[in-house]
Design a protein around this ligand. Structure first.
Ligand SMILES: [Zn+2]
Length: 173
C-alpha cells in the first residue's frame, strides 16, 4: 500500500527543532537522591557539572543531584569542554578506595604484561580502580613497557559524531 502521507517539512535531521520542547517554569521540585528530602530549587540554584549536565546540590546531605533532562545541560565536544567543570573527579568520588600502592600496582602490571604477551599486536593497556589509574604501552622498537601511574584522575565522555563510526550509518541500510 502506498502511503498518502505528505511530508511538509522534514525535520528529522534538524537538531534545533528536535530539542525544542516544553520548558517547565521555576521553581521546580526534586527528591534528593542522597537523603530523599523534597527540595524546591530555582534557576540560579543550578550548577553546571560533569558530563555537561546541570546539578542541584542538596543543602542537607550535599548530594550532587544530576538533572539529566534539564534544558541547560549541554552535549560535550572537543570544542566546548572545560576543565575541571565538565569532568568527573573519579579519584575523590565518594567511596573511591585508596588503591595507589605497591601491591595493587604490581598486580595491575602483571595483568598488563600477561595481556601483552598473549596479544603481541596490541600497544596500549589501561585500567582504573579506586584512586589508581594505570596505563601501560608496549614499545616493540625500544623493547620495553612504559608505565604511567596516577593516584588522582578525572574522566569525561564525548559522544560520537557521524565521522566517528566505523561505517557510515547510511551504508548499513
Ligand atoms: Zn540530600
Amino acid at each position: 500500500m502506498v502511503s498518502n502521507i505528505k511530508v511538509l517539512k522534514d525535520n528529522s535531521n534538524n537538531i534545533e527543532v528536535k530539542e525544542e520542547k516544553y520548558i517547565e517554569p521555576y521553581p521546580r521540585k526534586l527528591i534528593c537522591e542522597g537523603c530523599q528530602s523534597e527540595l524546591e530549587y530555582d534557576e540560579f540554584d543550578l550548577v553546571m557539572g560533569e558530563y555537561g549536565c546541570m546539578y542541584v546540590d542538596c543543602p542537607i546531605c550535599g548530594e550532587h543531584n544530576m538533572l539529566v533532562d534539564n534544558e541547560k545541560s549541554i552535549t560535550l565536544t572537543v570544542d566546548n569542554i572545560e576543565f575541571p567543570v565538565h569532568f568527573h573527579h573519579v579519584s575523590v568520588e565518594t567511596g573511591a578506595k585508596e588503591r595507589c600502592n605497591t601491591e595493587e600496582i604490581r598486580n595491575e602490571l602483571r595483568r598488563a604484561i600477561t595481556y601483552f604477551r598473549e596479544n603481541k599486536e596490541e600497544t596500549d593497556w589501561y585500567t582504573w580502580s579506586g584512586n589508581l589509574f594505570v596505563f601501560v604501552r608496549r614499545w616493540s622498537g625500544d623493547e620495553n613497557y612504559e608505565v604511567v601511574v596516577s593516584k588522582d584522575f578525572y574522566n569525561m565522555e564525548i559522544d560520537f559524531e557521524d565521522k566517528d563510526y566505523e561505517r557510515k550509518r547510511d551504508e548499513s541500510k
